[in-house]
Write a protein that binds this ligand. Structure first.
Ligand code: SAM
Length: 239
């Protein structure tokens, strides 16, 4: 296992390198299914959300979806990769959205005061960080009591055969696709490694609950290939 600093640097390098082709490759690798998962996450965001933070926003699919859905919201979109943020900014400009601010910063040290946001999202991001517990603590800190948290993440599916097929696909075929299509084989090996090394959905549920979120729910997509955890920050007014 890599040390936290080395892991952070590796993750940062990977996303800097793949930023220009991240959306294209996501569509190819998932056959566009990631768009359906993200749509469902955005559908779950409460219309009354006013101050929203999207952690590990990447190329901005979730921030932009929320910005379009709730025009009156103020969205801060945080990521540590300039490359990913540049792509996100261009996409937001094309959609003529003025309610999103893109910020370069770390999910491990979220650059906002305690009790700032009523809604926080993190989509396909937490497994790429070096300290899941710290990220969850930071998200809890910046949410107001009663604020809502949404965490979408990829995982390997539950049925054994499907799990084996998908593991083979991610471990062997995705890096080849990365090599042929965008000349980035090593970077696309990361997908399998990061999903393999990540927590099971039960472990993630337990960690979210341990980080003082209440009413934690779990929804799975495509036999467990993707999970959506929702939780509420407890505390003074949030009980
Ligand atoms: C797989 S992408 C997900 C992007 C987007 N949320 C989505 O759903 O498509 C993961 C993102 O997390 C960012 N990231 C990883 N570790 C981070 C950290 N410690 N702080 C901030 N951003 C981080 C990467 O730069 C990358 O843009």
């Amino acid at each position: 296992m890599l040390s936290k600093n080395i892991y952070e640097k590796k993750a940062h390098n990977v996303f800097q390198k793949i930023s220009y082709c991240y959306d294209f490759m996501n569509d190819i690798i998932t056959l566009g299914v990631h768009r359906l998962w993200k749509k469902d996450l955005i559908k779950n965001i409460p219309m009354e959300s006013k101050k929203i933070l999207d952690v590990c926003c990447g190329t901005g699919d979730i921030s932009i979806g929320m910005g379009k859905k709730i025009k009156s919201s103020q969205i801060k979109a945080l990521d540590f990769s300039d490359g990913m943020l540049e792509v996100a900014k261009k996409k937001a400009n094309r959609s003529n959205l003025k309610n999103i601010e893109f910020i370069n910063g770390s999910a491990l040290f979220i650059p906002f005061k305690d009790n700032t946001f009523d809604t926080v999202t993190i989509s396909l991001g937490i497994r790429n960080t070096s300290d899941y517990k710290k990220v969850l603590e930071e998200i809890n800190r910046v949410l107001i009591p009663g604020g809502k948290f949404f965490c979408m993440e990829a995982s390997y599916p539950d049925p054994l055969l499907l799990r084996k097929i998908l593991k083979f696909y991610c471990k062997h075929l995705v890096p080849i696709m990365g090599k042929i299509l965008v000349k980035l084989q090593t970077e696309y090996r990361w997908l399998d490694e990061s999903v393999e090394d990540f927590l099971s959905k039960e472990e993630l549920t337990a960690l979210i609950k341990k980080t003082k979120f209440k009413d934690v729910t779990l929804k799975t997509y495509l036999f467990g290939s993707c999970t959506l955890h929702c939780g509420i920050k407890g505390g003074k007014d949030g009980n």
